[in-house]
Design a protein around this ligand. Structure first.
Ligand SMILES: *[C@@H]1O[C@H](CO)[C@@H](O)[C@H](O)[C@H]1NC(C)=O
Ligand SMILES: *[C@@H]1O[C@H](CO)[C@@H](O)[C@H](O)[C@H]1NC(C)=O
Ligand SMILES: *[C@@H]1O[C@H](CO)[C@@H](O)[C@H](O)[C@H]1NC(C)=O
Length: 391
């Protein structure tokens, strides 16, 4: 993901017609998760019966599994592993650890929804969508394999309790729902934010560490985005079992991870950025939810979205429940529509593998069961028009 953003931002930065604005200060302060740690109360939801009795629809978005470095933009000029081929996986692909993790998303959802989903795979109950990346597509196939092992009459080969489950994706440039960060207007506004005096000033106090990383890596390091990209290079190399060079000891993993996370607040610094990065996704969730609520013949039960760590982080930021971190591989947000005493509402859960069960998120200014109309009121301002993307 990261390298794609860099590529487009480079293109966009050639078109420098935007005035330096001062909105950034307020937006950033408002949205700077890193200076003020928010603490939320989580509740574990162990009550399977309650889930299945009131659950109407589930939307799940997850990060792909462990992977190899994405491309040369995550690596760096002085990287001792520049020529590593990651055979047989290749660059930017799932590793076996990643496959296990994604498969486990499916098996844990099957357990959670054992009395909600049909034992059989019914195409009318499921919509599965990926971004146009090998690793998210492979991740989705794994999650679906875990969620829909063959049973009874759907067993077509007794040696393989697996069945093909169809999924869809859009080309990257058309995928507003999951890749709004590639929208032309996202890139324009992101560039404007990066060039703003306020952001430049904010970066000043990190100059020393930027220079240290620049000197040793051979990269130009002047923004959080540069560190964010490097974060993925270093973490994927390390996970692959490669020994990182000695200079990284001073900054890896703590300092680089801390700085990388700050990139999320740059990507979410303005309302338009938030609308583009996460609002199209929310818009689809609300539309699918309304369709279900209004039509008793609607058989849909679960929507699955296979995406990237920034999708998960940005969605949590938009919901107001984010605490600074980089979502782990396979991290997922579960948005459940329940009907309780005749009222429809959402319960939101987050699984980042810090505990066994997904943790329930407490949406600010709402109840743990957030009534649908109230939820829509709270998040109405994040819903973009189709034209906002500019594609
Ligand atoms: C990578 O391969 C090129 C071409 O063979 C070589 O010049 C370079 O030194 C290699 N780099 C590393 C880090 O091994
Ligand atoms: C999938 O991986 C292959 C091999 O690296 C690459 O050529 C192809 O472009 C990738 N496809 C997508 C959609 O990323
Ligand atoms: C760093 O920036 C300079 C000036 O913009 C450029 O010439 C150089 O190629 C860049 N180096 C890297 C490693 O991107």
């Amino acid at each position: 993901m990261a390298s794609i953003i860099v590529f487009f931002v480079c293109l966009v930065s050639l078109v420098q017609s935007y005035p330096k604005s001062s909105y950034f200060q307020d937006e950033f302060q408002h949205n700077d998760y890193f200076d003020h740690q928010h603490h939320h109360h989580y509740h574990h939801d162990h009550e399977d019966n309650e889930i299945s009795n009131t659950l109407v629809l589930s939307h799940v978005i997850f990060r792909h599994g462990n992977r190899t470095p994405d491309s040369f933009q995550e690596l760096y000029p002085n990287d001792p592993y520049l020529n590593e081929t990651y055979y047989p996986y290749g660059l930017g692909q799932l590793t076996n650890a990643g496959k296990l993790r994604e498969y486990s998303i499916g098996t844990s959802l099957r357990f959670r929804y054992k009395s909600f989903l049909n034992d059989l795979f019914l195409p009318s109950e499921v919509e599965a969508i990926s971004t146009d990346y090998n690793r998210t597509k492979a991740s989705l196939e794994l999650a679906l394999a875990g969620l829909f092992p063959t049973k009874n009459e759907q067993i077509w080969n007794p040696d393989i309790l697996w069945q093909p489950v169809p999924y869809n994706y859009l080309p990257r440039s058309e995928d507003k729902v999951l890749l709004g960060v590639l929208c032309p207007n996202f890139l324009k506004e992101y560039d404007e934010v990066e060039r703003s005096l306020e952001y430049r000033n904010k970066l000043k106090k990190f100059r020393k560490v930027f220079n240290y990383v620049a000197k040793n890596s051979g990269l130009n390091v002047t923004t959080f985005q540069h560190i964010y990209n490097l974060y993925f290079g270093l973490s994927t190399e390390e996970e692959y079992g490669l020994v990182l060079p000695q200079w990284t000891e001073k900054v890896w993993p703590d300092i680089i991870t801390d700085l990388a996370m700050k990139e999320y607040s740059v990507m979410m610094a303005t309302q338009n950025l938030r609308k583009l990065a996460s609002g199209y996704f929310l818009k689809k969730i609300l539309a699918d939810t309304k369709a279900k609520m209004l039509n008793t013949n609607n058989e849909k039960k679960i929507y699955l979205y296979s995406a990237h760590e920034n999708n998960v982080a940005q969605f949590l930021i938009m919901l107001g429940v984010f605490e600074p971190h980089i979502p782990n591989y396979g991290a997922h947000v579960i948005v459940e529509l329940h009907q309780i005493n005749g009222e429809y509402g959402f319960k939101v859960f987050y699984q980042n593998y810090n505990s066994e069960e997904p943790e329930q998120m407490q949406i600010p200014n709402c109840e743990a069961f957030c009534e649908f109309g109230k939820f829509v009121e709270l998040f109405r301002s994040f819903i973009p028009d189709d034209s906002l993307c500019g594609n």
